[in-house]
Design a protein around this ligand. Structure first.
Ligand code: AR6
Length: 175
């Protein structure tokens, strides 16, 4: 049986989502610790995460790879390299590709839940409203007819980011 998974947007820390099978990392090309989301996930996972990732690096913008979760309370981490806004082009396509590839990897592993941060909207400078529209539109389309995924969560740092996500999600889900 396949159905549209539930999509929700919450305020929180991507490193503290114990009920999710996978969490998505806003990675750098070398899959090293970095700041923001990558810093939070690598710190919580411990040094084994960087070690496991080393042979998979470097990755290209739009690409995703999957690893174990080490000391994180999840089964897997899916690492996506989002586009640097104004540098990696076409930015919208590369950002959409991150979300599609992450969902494909989660499906391949038969996972039922996945939590995303807002890829590229921190150090990589993608304006939040544009990035949010691409993220939600891509996830809605790509998860339609999903076999294993039941629950997709966007974990946002700020109240403003939650508001933007909820408003755009509402407009995209209108019949
Ligand atoms: N949980 C949820 N969201 C967060 C968290 C967190 N713990 N921390 C930050 N955010 P960023 P990028 C938000 O910079 O733009 C890294 O150094 C943040 O407010 O983590 O894809 C890597 O090593 C923003 O809205 O990712 C790369 O070099 C969003 O998550 C580079 O930064 C993404 O911010 C990746 O840049």
């Amino acid at each position: 049986m396949s159905a549209q998974p539930t999509i929700e947007c919450v305020q929180g820390d991507i490193a503290q989502q114990p009920d999710m099978d996978a969490v998505v990392n806003a990675a750098n090309a070398d899959l090293t610790i970095g700041g923001g989301v990558a810093g939070a996930l690598h710190r919580a996972a411990g040094p084994g995460l960087e070690e496991e990732c080393r042979p998979m690096a470097p990755i290209r913008p739009g690409q995703a790879v999957i690893s174990g979760a080490h000391n994180l309370p999840n089964r897997h981490v899916i690492h996506c390299l989002g586009p640097v806004y104004g540098v990696d082009e076409p930015a919208d396509e590369l950002l959409a590709s991150c979300y599609r590839e992450a969902l494909r990897l989660a499906e391949d592993k038969g996972l039922s839940s996945i939590a995303f941060p807002s890829l590229s909207t921190g150090a990589f400078g993608y304006p939040m409203p544009e990035a949010t529209r691409i993220a939600l539109d891509t996830v809605i389309q790509a998860s339609r007819g999903s076999h294993s995924l039941r629950h997709i969560r966007f974990v946002l740092f700020s109240e403003e980011a939650v508001r933007v996500h909820q408003e755009i999600l509402g407009s995209l889900q209108e019949p």
